[in-house]
Design a protein around this ligand. Structure first.
Ligand code: ASC
Length: 148
């Protein structure tokens, strides 16, 4: 291969890497990152769910901590769904219908922000209501964008 061609190929690769994977080394790392965030988010969301279902006692401070963790984590996965990171449990529609995916992700973030507000105030009725809405937002996105 001629030197000029090698230099051009290297430049093309750098461009692809720069745009496709942002701060991730490769697609596998992006998948691992987003799945890890969802795993921890699901764990803390589930702890709130246990209280809402009456399976665990209502401790206001504990619930408020869990809701704050969920709300904070809800901002993180999306950066790891960039171009070229197809795979894992994500359906191809994440990329082919990205505007809809973005909209669904934003609905979830708003719903868990509402849950967090309710949790910080400690109003259990409102926690139950906003927890239900947040669960719906999780499910709506999974129905369209997560493989079974
Ligand atoms: C969870 C979890 C989800 C959502 C979803 C809500 O705890 O892991 O994916 O809630 O089941 O419908």
């Amino acid at each position: 291969m001629k030197l000029s061609k090698i230099v051009l190929s290297a430049a093309a690769l750098l461009t692809i890497n720069g745009s496709a994977f942002a701060q991730f080394q490769n697609a596998e790392k992006a998948v691992e990152y987003r799945q890890s965030v969802f795993t921890v988010m699901s764990n803390h969301f589930g702890r709130i769910g246990a209280v809402v279902k009456g399976e665990a006692p209502f401790n206001k401070d504990e619930l408020a901590k869990n809701a704050a963790i969920v709300a904070m984590l809800s901002n993180l996965p999306w950066q790891a769904f960039g171009p070229g990171t197809e795979g894992g449990k994500a359906k191809p529609e994440v990329w082919s219908d990205n505007a809809k995916f973005k909209s669904a992700s934003e609905k979830m973030q708003l719903a868990v922000a509402d849950l967090n507000k309710a949790a910080q105030s400690g109003d259990l009725d409102n926690i139950k209501k906003t927890f239900g809405a947040a669960g719906q937002a999780c499910k709506a996105c999974h129905d369209d964008f997560k493989k079974k």
